[in-house]
Unconditional design. Structure first.
Length: 131
């Protein structure tokens, strides 16, 4: 399978993926960082933010690291996300993906970060780390 070659940046923070009650107000801690994502559905309110901002007792999964796809990308491009998610799936690396207007992000557990870097580099993606 041919993959689109991308420039990916690893964000420096460790992230948490949090679940709140769907009717809960958006908490300030979920909006503090340079990177956060908020999604409200009929079932839940999900917040992705640096884990240092998450208060104790919050339902969340911590220890995620984020790859930012260096965009922006046109909406009619096909296979951008798959060029990263397919090789990671083939390598048995779990992901959490999200998109914005301009680009995409794929989060992997920190314990799998080095393996993910290796897999994605082997596919021809260029990866840099922010510090």
């Amino acid at each position: 399978m041919t993959h689109t070659m991308l420039n990916l940046t690893i964000l420096p923070e460790r992230f948490a993926i949090c679940k709140l009650d769907r009717e809960e107000r958006l908490p300030n801690w979920g909006q503090k960082a340079a990177f956060s994502s908020v999604t409200r559905t009929h079932d839940e309110l999900s917040i992705i933010c640096p884990e240092v901002h998450v208060p104790p007792g919050t339902i969340c999964e911590k220890g995620w690291r984020a790859f930012k796809f260096e965009g922006p990308f046109e909406f009619d491009l096909i296979g951008i996300l798959n060029s990263v998610t397919v090789p990671l799936a083939e390598a048995q690396i779990s992901i959490f993906a999200l998109s914005t207007y301009d680009t995409d992000y794929v989060l992997v557990k920190e314990a799998q970060l080095e393996a993910a870097i290796s897999v994605l580099s082997d596919c021809g993606h260029v990866i840099r780390q922010l510090t």
